[in-house]
Design a protein around this ligand. Sequence first.
Ligand code: SF4
Length: 478
Amino acid sequence: MREAAKKAGKSDILDQYEKDYPVGPHDQPQSMCPAFGSLRVGLRMRRTATILSGSACCVYGLTFTSHFYGARRTVGYVPFSSETLVTGKLFEDIKEAVEQMADPEKYDTIVITNLCVPTASGVPLRLLPDQINGVRIIGIDVPGFGVPTHAEAKDVLAGAMLKYAREEAEQGPVAAPRERSDKPTVTLLGEMFPADPVGIGHMLAPLGLAAGAVVPTREWRELYSALDGSVIAAIHPFYTASIREFEAAGRPVVGSAPVGRDGTAAWLKAIGETHGCSADQIAAAQNAMLPAIDGALSAMPIKGRITVAGYEGSELLVARLLIESGAEVPYVGSACPKTKWSDPDREWLEAHGCKVNYRASLEEDNAAVDEYEPDLAIGTTPVVQHAKSKGTPGLYFTNLISARPLMGPAGAGSLAQVINGALGNKERFDRMTAFFEGVGEGHTAGIWEDTPTDRPKFKKKYAAQNAAAAKAAEAIGT
Ligand code: SF4
């Protein structure tokens, strides 16, 4: 599909994605449809309409998941057939849909997303007008063969919006933010628990700074405030396209985040120095925060060996906090790529005996659970499933770790609560393992009077026949 898309005129977009979201060591991290990331970013924004163009099954899955996560917003869909796809009529249909929706009373922006098939067929969203009746039109391609994770798809849309907003700001005055701080602000890049920006604001006060907009934003005008930040904090390190826009606007970028004692001390120093604060101001900011973090860490210690895996992009930060809380963390896998913005966290983790694995595959994350035999495995659904099947307690990264504060003293205390609760489950898992022991696995799963006999020879034979049939079909296709 990648080759088809390139031939159909999408090579510059796909080349840019290859640079922004490099694959390798694994070329196919296993997570959900990447378009879910950009879809959620658009659905969370006020006065923003969303239209998908793609196969009905993909759109069904994406809308189902978005409503499962409480989108409470209609997702527009432009269906296609083989005919509308190959004759170019699909683009006309998309244009018509956008024109019908472009009501400035209702919307500031319409986001239209090409999924895999329209991207591979070269449906040229860039030919849509920039705006209709004053409603901004943003077309993006988010194919599974070009954007490796849903996390990075958030960057595709956030970056496209920042580019649009930056160009608007360059042309003349733009809407002022709803609330304007009297201090210079630090823009926070990456989704985080709602209490975290408030906590970060308190940490920044002694530096004479305030917490600014969080990108992805909740409304269009926040994009201008984000671009106006004095420093950009890349809390999540994979927002490559967004960072390109901030740099084009002349804004300095700082990686890592204020997690744990060391992380907070280093982050406040980096932010302060980048903004040009004095050494006294930086020391004051550190002294105001670090004793409270020390207190929270020692009041809620974590004891045990924990492996961490996820696809949110905040895995390294979580691993840091666990280690500072007293846990042994021998492995952290992230489906996101290595960027220089996570270097401070990677270096700190490696210095504390943790193996950092970017673009980690499910097999590697599972192998880490086997190798390190943790007391608790934090990971994606199949990693947690793998751990639990071995009698090891597991916690879902997305639902249970991402959904709580991580920064400053609040983060230290809150993470310890959920982790210690899960570590305490070991005895329950041992009982369950003992209870289910002997019910069989794979072809013997279940309770049988006569245990089924495996027939590996049959499987081998059919696999070979299948491969030959697929090869023959491919030959006909060419
Ligand atoms: S990755 Fe492509 S084919 Fe798969 S669900 Fe997403 S849009 Fe559809």
